[in-house]
Design a protein around this ligand. Structure first.
Ligand code: B1M
Length: 242
């Protein structure tokens, strides 16, 4: 890694063509080089790349590679933390671009990672894309016990509750939250969306969520569709009365 670092120090990212630069960014993410990731992100944007394209091809794909080597015991927590930090550097540059709408919010979402789980990159991405699609997002962070969700729902009165979990050991906690909403008679007040790498559609149904969202783009589509459907139903009795 020290050699990689020296080589990267000498390398002018501007001299690389797009394909080489994206490949270099995958390496830089792997090596946790935040400044290089930030520079690469800026260069791709300056070359006219759409923020979504930079996000998916340079950052998300780079993190996918990190995930494989983490799984296989080639990378360990400290290295993956550095990679995550580098990824966040790039995401921060993209955030205002993805969130640029300038229109009235079309709906509100509270989102957080469940108790016992500190993974937040996917959740942050979902927040960004939802903001970009015109939602107001209240992000309550990581490691949320049921009480944090309840407090945020009461305070912000959102249309949507989003929960994220990246561990097979923490994903069952989503059911704890949803069951508590049911116990308090609050379940139907919210559209509940769940996501995270180990989840699937069947799991989403089993825990009583309205939908499982495979990625951030699907979260946006699903949120819009379910919100429109809910508003249409809410309008119906009024229309019938007129
Ligand atoms: Co963790 N980790 N990790 N980790 N980590 C995974 C999840 C793992 C799959 C790695 C592996 O073995 N291949 C594995 C879980 C295995 C399992 O449960 N079956 C694992 C493990 C084991 C662990 C530790 C237990 C390791 C240890 O300590 N021995 C530990 C647990 C800590 C804890 O949470 N208590 C741990 C720690 C860490 C770091 C802190 C080092 C770091 C997190 C840093 C951070 O997030 N700030 C980390 C990372 C980075 C990963 C991997 C490599 C990458 C996750 C990521 O950010 N992906 C991950 C491997 C992997 O997932 N392939 C791994 C990129 C992100 C864009 O994708 O999060 O899937 P993702 O989000 C997507 C979708 O899932 C969806 O949309 C997002 C965008 O498209 N989505 C939602 C996510 N949330 C949503 C919510 C929604 C909708 C959609 O709501 C509406």
């Amino acid at each position: 890694m020290a050699d990689d670092q020296n080589q990267t120090d000498d390398l002018d990212l501007n001299t690389l063509n797009d394909e080489e630069l994206v490949e270099q960014m995958h390496d830089d993410l792997y090596n946790g080089l935040k400044e290089e990731i930030e520079e690469g992100t800026r260069i791709l944007l300056a070359r006219g790349w759409a923020p979504e394209k930079v996000l998916n091809q340079a950052l998300v794909e780079g993190m996918r590679i990190v995930g494989i080597d983490f799984r296989d015991g080639i990378l360990f927590v400290p290295e993956v933390l550095l990679a995550a930090n580098a990824m966040k550097g790039g995401m921060e540059i993209l955030r205002p671009l993805l969130a640029e709408t300038g229109v009235e919010p079309i709906g509100k979402m509270v989102i957080g990672t469940v108790k016992g789980d500190i993974h937040d990159i996917g959740k942050n991405l979902v927040s960004m894309m939802m903001e970009g699609a015109g939602f107001e997002v209240i992000d309550i962070g990581i490691n949320n016990p049921v009480d944090s969700y309840l407090a945020a729902l009461e305070e912000h009165e959102p249309d949507i509750l989003g929960m994220s979990a990246l561990l097979t050991t923490t994903m069952p906690y989503m059911k704890v939250v949803i069951d508590e909403l049911k116990t308090r008679g609050l379940r139907d007040d919210y559209i509940v969306l769940v996501g995270g790498a180990p989840l699937n559609e069947q799991f989403g149904k089993a825990v009583g969520a309205d939908a499982y969202c495979r990625d951030a783009a699907i979260a946006v589509e699903t949120a819009k569709a379910l919100l429109m459907a809910r508003r249409a139903v809410q309008r119906q009795p009024q229309a019938m009365a007129n």
